[in-house]
Design a protein around this ligand. Structure first.
Ligand SMILES: *Cc1c(COP(=O)(O)O)cnc(C)c1O
Length: 318
């Protein structure tokens, strides 16, 4: 039994994340890669086309309501999945949503941006792609709202948000007859990876594929967050090594040839839709690790969502 069922709904509200999400064999992909691959479908968490942020948001919204806030404030890139899902979670819980996104207003709102507007969020463009500028603008928006604002952590990656993936690790183990040898997951802020480490037995290795190359080394961020998340969840601190490979390309969001190939491979072997920014790069990391013999046995590819980004004008030639 999973002793920590995910509180999928904030008190008195509709579910923010559906679960448990499916876990299935990917036979034709396994054959192509030479390892047994199972796919954990967190692209099917239900919230506004799904993705890993729904689980985190279920806990974060609960926290916001407990603190008496009525507005969720989130920051991200123009095609942020987290921003889209924060807007949706706010709608579900009857809260307002203010989003501060990188860059200038585009002439056409496509992909996640189209959904942000559809979901009723107020969108502010920071006018710059620089994270410091985006965060400065976010602080201004939150300061204007005062105590009504719940400022979302970037990517939802505080111990409260990452706790959702401690729970999700338990959900996965319940779906399997024994633990997998490996899990492969896309790393942005590292909260998903950290939560999984906090919730898994030490023998399961997690390979994170870094898609954004943050200023602070991701390995250290994940190790610290995993320890804090385990403490919050009443678990012992995870001891294993934090494994991260880089597959960012020139910059966050840039298309790499390997990711393009990996997205095609998943689509053409399994009918599985990945995205150019996160899961395509994670799959490229899995393809490389399988070819090098680095991952063996049973591998769970943790599908974290992101498909709306495929429909963004930026990726029209993907
Ligand atoms: C945010 C996101 C990730 C990364 O999750 P982190 O917890 O920030 O590492 C991976 N995949 C998709 C599709 C995402 O939107």
């Amino acid at each position: 039994m999973n002793e920590n069922p995910v509180p999928y709904r904030a008190p008195g509200h509709a579910p923010i994340a559906f679960g448990p999400t499916p876990l299935h064999e990917a036979e034709r992909l396994s054959e192509a890669l030479g390892v047994r691959v199972l796919v954990k479908r967190d692209d099917q968490t239900g919230l506004a086309l799904g993705g890993n942020k729904a689980r985190k948001l279920a806990l974060l919204v609960e926290d916001a309501i407990r603190r008496g806030c009525d507005t969720l404030v989130a920051a991200g890139g123009a095609q942020s999945n987290f921003a889209r899902m924060t807007a949706a979670a706010a709608a579900v819980a009857g809260l307002h949503c203010e989003l501060v996104l990188g860059g200038n207003e585009p002439s056409r709102w496509s992909g996640n941006l189209l959904l942000d507007r559809l979901l009723g969020a107020r969108v502010h463009f920071a006018g710059s792609e620089n994270w410091l500028d985006i965060l400065r603008r976010t602080n201004d928006v939150a300061a204007d709202l005062g105590s009504r604002a719940y400022a979302m952590p970037i990517g939802g990656s505080t111990p409260v948000g990452a706790l959702a993936y401690l729970h999700a690790a338990g959900e996965l183990l319940e779906q399997m007859s024994g633990p997998p040898d490996w899990i492969v997951v896309a790393d942005g802020t590292g909260g998903t990876h950290a939560g999984l480490l906090a919730g898994l037995p030490a023998g399961v290795r997690v390979l994170g594929v870094d898609v954004s190359r943050p200023p602070l080394p991701l390995v250290q961020t994940i190790a610290a967050l995993a320890a804090e998340t385990a403490a919050l969840g009443g678990r012992p601190a995870p001891g294993g090594e934090v494994l991260v490979v880089d597959h960012c390309g020139p910059h966050y969001g840039s298309i790499t040839g390997e990711a393009r190939e990996a997205v095609r491979l998943a689509a053409r072997t399994e009918g599985l839709i990945l995205d150019p920014v996160y899961t395509g790069k994670a799959m490229a990391g899995l393809v490389a690790a399988a070819r090098e013999g680095r991952v063996r046995g049973t591998v769970v590819f943790w599908h974290t969502g992101g498909a709306p980004g495929l429909f963004a004008d930026e990726y029209a030639d993907f």
